[in-house]
Design a protein around this ligand. Structure first.
Ligand code: GLC
Ligand code: GLC
Length: 652
């Protein structure tokens, strides 16, 4: 980051003033670990100006700015002293190879601890399976202490320092992280930092009338400000509560000065209270939680719901500039005291906004919701126009970052493509979204999909889509209502879209269960904690009997698994799939996506036929990309004649 010279000078001056105070506070720790302090100091000197600048940008209007800055420094230093030796070594290794996550060896997976393997010990026992699949990155869905019953799949955190008791303990998590590391797998967990559960100690204190903690949240005694804010807000979970605020009648019970009751900012569910980052104490405490997790061996922090962390009247309170400053500030904290840690942003928003979170100083990696949505769009329309356009114009990001490419995760599918891009292709965004929703709910004539609506908004008619990869790709319908031919097509769809995320550049991420063709599970409707949230249809308990069939190619499970495994192995064998450099090929066939990947002097050429009919690519294009001189790495077609239905051809 390039700093204004006068700010840089002020930063140095401030550090000179603050450091002796920090040294005084941490006298004991420093005398026990002089070498560690020296190492810390080097990183501090290097990164403090950036941190100072960012912190100043947000909090310069606070009378107590320096109090909070000093408090933050003490926290950061303290956390460094608690950082285990092996992680300090990892810090050095990662600093020497900061682009480790761009390797073609990278393969991500994501699962719920309880649903996948009951508890953390269960997950540990699955390490051999993770290695078999080839995972180098595993995101364990929120596993922190959360309210009983409804807790948004763990996204309502009651303590960032405790594992949800049925899953295990924090010590077990740290030991799991260590075993993962030895197996070449980086542990990824969420930092749910937009909100806490209403049972978090901070929220409990706020409820009891402790002003210091009430300031951690956004609580309003009357509707006046909420009404003003709501003029511009989107509703995120409209089926649960309209607007962004929830009234609690039992607030401030012990406080004499306040009345009782207040409106709490709750973007998501009423039991998820948005944190107030206008308060530097909230930032400092969350920075501590982040460093605590890093010290347990977490290597990637998934920053949950990044778009929402800053609010400003008169705006839609999403993707505001201050949100970026805050994330960068968290990032510079990590550079000082846990440099091995990287951030993944979860911004499921307009593509113009998604990319703004991605940079070495902010989130080094990011979900790619656009690619995800457009893969499904392309399967539905059998036309590659939007996908090809998006890859040509929106795929390129900073060379020191990477996309996390996925076809499904635990959430719904939102059609977050840009209306302006669609208009250029003569597509009306709204109408098209309506079509996609109908298609994936299985209501459009000829649809192969069995999806469910999520958060249907009666006011706007909007909804998003739930369902497992296999059910959305046609496997459920084919198995239950059709026959072998459709089963084959569904499997090809699953492998086609996975083949793209495995070759397109960035980190491919598999939602575990999809690799054996898991279908929708409708039993969530019998569970009072889940019945109102259709996302649970694609969050089933793992069926290990299905997994046992994975090596038998006479089973559907085996066909999906072996097909996928072949693509995974291919990715790992060829370094051309590292990095993220991609060029689109104009195939002149509206059903065939074409692109080339370039890395380390090598070039791969990929063609993907999204239609259920054979398709032809002109000889001229095949010659232009010298396909005939390359080795066919994958695919069943004879490219000079035609591409078979839903075939993925890879040449290298
Ligand atoms: C993220 C999670 C989602 C959750 C929301 C609120 O978007 O992926 O599951 O509901 O944040 O925490
Ligand atoms: C909204 C949010 C996104 C979140 C999702 C949860 O789309 O923008 O961050 O993942 O809701 O389903």
């Amino acid at each position: 980051m390039i700093l204004d010279p006068s700010l840089e000078r002020e930063a140095r001056k401030s550090l000179q003033r603050l450091l002796p105070r920090v040294e005084q506070t941490l006298k004991k720790e420093i005398s026990k670990d002089k070498q560690g302090w020296k190492q810390f100091n080097t990183r501090l000197q290097k990164n403090f100006p950036a941190l100072f600048h960012l912190y100043f940008e947000i909090y310069n209007n606070r009378y107590d700015f320096f109090y909070h800055l000093e408090d933050l420094l003490v926290s950061i230093a303290r956390s460094w002293f608690n950082r285990p030796i092996d992680l300090r070594e990892l810090d050095t290794t990662r600093e020497e190879n900061p682009l480790w996550f761009q390797s073609n060896q990278m393969l991500g997976g994501v699962c719920y601890v309880d649903l996948f393997a009951n508890d953390l010990e269960g997950v540990k026992s699955k390490i051999p399976y993770f290695k078999e699949l080839g995972l180098t990155y595993l995101h364990l869905m929120p596993l922190f202490k959360a309210p009983e019953g409804e807790n948004d799949g763990g996204y309502a955190v009651s303590s960032y320092r405790d594992v949800h008791p049925p899953l295990g303990t924090m010590e077990q998590l740290a030991s799991l992280a260590c075993e993962f590391r030895q197996a070449g797998i980086s542990l990824v967990v969420d930092l749910v930092f937009n909100h806490t559960s209403d049972e978090h100690l901070w929220a409990e204190r706020a409820k009891a009338g402790d002003e210091e903690y009430a300031d951690f949240y956004r609580i309003f005694p009357t509707r006046q400000l909420p009404d003003l804010y709501e003029q511009n807000l989107r509703e995120i979970f409209p089926e649960e509560h309209s607007g962004a605020f929830t009234f609690f009648s039992d607030l401030f019970s012990s406080s004499i000065s306040e009345g009782n009751g207040g409106w709490v900012w709750t973007t998501f569910h009423s039991y998820q209270w948005d944190l107030n980052y206008a308060n530097p104490a909230a930032f400092n405490r969350m920075a501590e939680e982040m460093l605590f997790l890093a010290n347990q061996g977490v290597e990637v922090i998934r920053l949950d719901a990044v778009a929402f962390i800053w609010k400003q009247i008169g705006t839609n309170c999403e993707n505001l500039p201050e949100a970026h400053v805050l994330i960068k500030a968290f990032n510079s904290v990590a550079r000082i005291a846990s440099p091995a840690l990287i951030f993944k942003s979860e911004a499921i928003v307009h593509p113009d906004d998604v990319v703004k979170y991605i940079s070495p100083e902010e989130a080094q990696i990011s979900y790619n919701p656009l690619l995800m949505a457009l893969l499904w769009n392309t399967l539905a329309t059998r036309k590659i126009d939007l996908l090809s356009q998006a890859l040509a114009t929106r795929f390129k990001i900073h060379p020191e970052t990477a996309w996390v490419n996925y076809v499904r995760v635990h959430d719904d599918i939102g059609w977050t493509f840009s209306d302006e891009d669609a208009a250029m292709l003569g597509i009306n965004g709204n109408d098209h979204r309506r079509f996609l929703n109908e298609f994936y709910r299985g209501r459009f004539n000829g649809s192969f999909s069995r999806g469910l609506p999520f958060q249907e908004n009666p006011a706007t008619g909007d909804c998003r889509i739930s369902g497992t990869c296999a059910s959305l790709a046609g496997l459920e319908k084919a198995l239950h209502e059709e026959g072998d031919k459709e089963v084959e097509l569904a499997i090809r769809r699953i492998l086609l879209i996975h083949g793209i995320i495995l070759t397109v550049g960035g980190i491919p991420l598999i939602y575990l269960g999809d690799e054996v063709g898991t279908l929708n599970d409708y039993t969530y409707r019998d569970d009072p904690a889940h019945e109102r949230d259709s996302r649970w249809v694609h969050r089933p308990r793992t069926d290990w009997e299905k997994y046992e069939k994975r090596n038998d190619v006479n089973t559907v499970e085996g066909r999906v698994f072996q097909g996928l495994k072949m693509l995974i192995d291919l990715r790992k064998q060829h370094s051309v799939f590292a990095g993220g450099e991609l060029e689109i090929i104009q195939t002149e066939n509206e059903h065939v996506l074409g692109f080339t990947r370039i890395h380390a002097g090598k070039r791969a050429v990929i063609f993907a036929n999204f239609s259920e009919q054979p398709q032809v690519i002109s000889k001229r294009i095949i010659e232009q990309y010298a396909v005939q001189n390359k080795e066919r790495l994958h695919g069943r077609s004879n490219i000079l004649q035609s591409l078979e239905p839903l075939d993925l051809m890879i040449f290298g």
